[in-house]
Design a binder for this molecule. Sequence first.
Ligand SMILES: *[C@@H]1O[C@H](CO)[C@@H](O)[C@H](O)[C@H]1NC(C)=O
Ligand SMILES: *[C@@H]1O[C@H](CO)[C@@H](O)[C@H](O)[C@H]1NC(C)=O
Ligand SMILES: *[C@@H]1O[C@H](CO)[C@@H](O)[C@H](O)[C@H]1NC(C)=O
Ligand SMILES: *[C@@H]1O[C@H](CO)[C@@H](O)[C@H](O)[C@H]1NC(C)=O
Ligand SMILES: *[C@@H]1O[C@H](CO)[C@@H](O)[C@H](O)[C@H]1NC(C)=O
Length: 708
Amino acid sequence: MGGWNRLSVWVSVCLLITGRGGLPQAEGVSMSVEDHQVVLDNGILQLTLSNPGGIITGIAYNGVDNLMETRNQEFDRGYWDLVWSDPLNPGLIFDRIEGTNFTVILQDDDQLEVSFTRSWLPSSLTGTGGVPLNIDRRFILLRGKSGFYTYAIFEHLKGWPDFDLAETRVVFKLSEDRFHYMAMADDRQRIMPMPQDRLPPRGYSLAFKEAVRLVNATNPALTGEVDCKYQYSCDNKDNKVHGWISFDPPTGFWQISPSDEFRTGGPMKQSLTSHVGPTTLAVFVSDHYAGKALVPRFRNGERWKKVFGPVFIYLNSSPEDENPLSLWKDAKLQMMSESRSWPYEFPASEDFPKARERGSVVGRLLVRDRYISEEDMPASSAYVGLALPGEVGSWQTESKGYQFWVKAEIDGTFSITSVRAGVYGLFAWVPGFIGDCKHPQNITVGEGSQIDLGDLVYEPPREGPTLWEIGTPDRSTAEFFVPEPNPAYVNRLYVDTPDRFRQYGLWERYAELYPTQDLVYVVGESNYTRDWFYAQVTRRLVNSSRAYRDTTWQIRFTLNSPILEGLYKLRIALAAAKRSRLQVWINDRSASSPHFSTGVVGDENSIARFAIHGLYRLFSVDVDGSLLVAGENVIFLNQAEAKNPFVGIMYDYIRLEEPATSVSGRSSGKSRRPSLTGIFFLSSLTYHVIRGYLTPLMYIHFTGTTCV
Ligand SMILES: *[C@@H]1O[C@H](CO)[C@@H](O)[C@H](O)[C@H]1NC(C)=O
Ligand SMILES: *[C@@H]1O[C@H](CO)[C@@H](O)[C@H](O)[C@H]1NC(C)=O
Ligand SMILES: *[C@@H]1O[C@H](CO)[C@@H](O)[C@H](O)[C@H]1NC(C)=O
Ligand SMILES: *[C@@H]1O[C@H](CO)[C@@H](O)[C@H](O)[C@H]1NC(C)=O
Ligand SMILES: *[C@@H]1O[C@H](CO)[C@@H](O)[C@H](O)[C@H]1NC(C)=O
């Protein structure tokens, strides 16, 4: 088929999708079932699946027999997998999901839906039976659509054995000879190394095996760079389309996620996307950038059922004389079109509710902080979401249900649509303000229900006026100082971009920039964009490859006399932590115990994995005025754990508030809190410290994220 023929096919497909009539009908769908394979065909592509395994062994498209890597064995091309563990026999078990039964669910001229199921049999209680789940994987091919859909239904029946689900995803291993250019955002796309470039003698692992320095890449232009799959991670909220482009013939392979309702951990959760292989993933469950707290655990015979997907695998092509990189733009348009069609009407499973079976929740969120404004302020660009009921902030580690998040408008209005019927908590957080908010009541969404919550008010934690602050409350460390990478460890994609935090080895730059003394920040003189390192990392000891030591940062600030009586409030918001223990001293560093300690927190590994956030935590520390002096004061921030280079914390924001009573002419925030019409928000997930001890109230909530 010549280039222009392909174009005309492609154009008619697009127009069919937009629903305009009067166009030539695309070919109907057809299927051939053979002993060992099933082939689905719609005239645009042919999808070959193993029978009854349901492994994607072939995708023929655009004159190419197979876009998958044919040198891989058939089971190692396109597949669903999971990683699980049995709490009684610790150890992670990798399971490439293969079906035992093949069923045709729906077949007519317009649509094919096939199912590959695998059932768990209670008789396999002996331990050899594998993960206690029934798994039904579906594949859908539509007439006129350049791609296919896949989704899966996982089910754990009541009374079945306990298990943990560490990961589940779909993996595609594409033709190495064809796909060299990877794209996941307008400013995150490049020619990638080949898999063999990552192996000695062409490449050598750095501090962990996934990070490799390319010393003799097959494409010489890449020699000297660092490659690591974690450099291509993405927040759930931004992870909508990514994939690969082949230049010969110009062909795109894209994984499109029109919704992230089925992903765990909410909009800020980060996951892998595409990486050297060429590999493309659709990740549904993982503990990356969150830790064990986000691993769903099933205990006491809990009943559970969840639908992952559908996700769309989109294929596109362009004429030879057109820039193949335009395929990325077309993939983005397709992503928007798929998102507009969500929830899809065509999946046959009753477990995937259609639009009419879903509901919506609307309202307007305001922020009340009388130290900033006399008027309630619109919660502009707030993240507002529904997740399974739980504590304030629990959505960050929620992993069993569905989550529905939107970004509020400038005026604070929000509209959450296409919500599956169920009981939810309503959660939110507002860029520019600390803390997390949660509606005090559960929200029950029924089929077709439209719930208008009216005006809601969030009062972020606040006791008194701000004395000083460092950073901006946005749950990331992006606004702080991100150093240049060591020239030996550069990924050229991230030179001089806002994503420069994705460079390898930035943690080592701390000791180079602060060789003798730890960071000192002087309020009024320092500027956090230059003078606050983006992570409080450990310090590598000179002449020792293994030993690291803890670091103590200082915030110096001057108070005028008189020092007020009462409690000052120190707000410390963390954007991430990894096996860290933050200890705070006020003025007296030689005191026998710190004024405040977080205990060991965090399991997110955000430093090693080139991120600027993990899980959000807010600590509110009382500082009695008697501990402060007129003149210079020092707050010492000691991160006391120093096991390795990847241990450390990322700050989101720090603020010191004066005692409330000092606001002349104003009453405190508390006494001004008006009674709302039955609706108010609890203030943040907050740790309070009273004489150095955490109150148990909030500590309980975070025990889950403490590493073991
Ligand atoms: C597979 O399908 C057959 C009928 O086609 C049915 O009898 C059998 O129970 C199924 N097996 C499983 C494990 O679902
Ligand atoms: C790089 O690899 C090529 C083989 O592709 C080899 O001929 C060459 O000697 C290698 N160069 C170095 C510096 O190792
Ligand atoms: C919300 O629902 C959860 C789970 O069903 C329940 O445990 C909790 O008590 C409910 N909360 C309220 C305020 O009704
Ligand atoms: C801090 O430094 C940044 C970058 O150099 C600059 O843009 C900003 O204006 C500075 N802020 C202040 C308050 O000086
Ligand atoms: C580190 O070792 C080198 C070489 O053994 C030595 O010259 C240097 O003084 C040592 N540095 C320190 C700080 O001990």
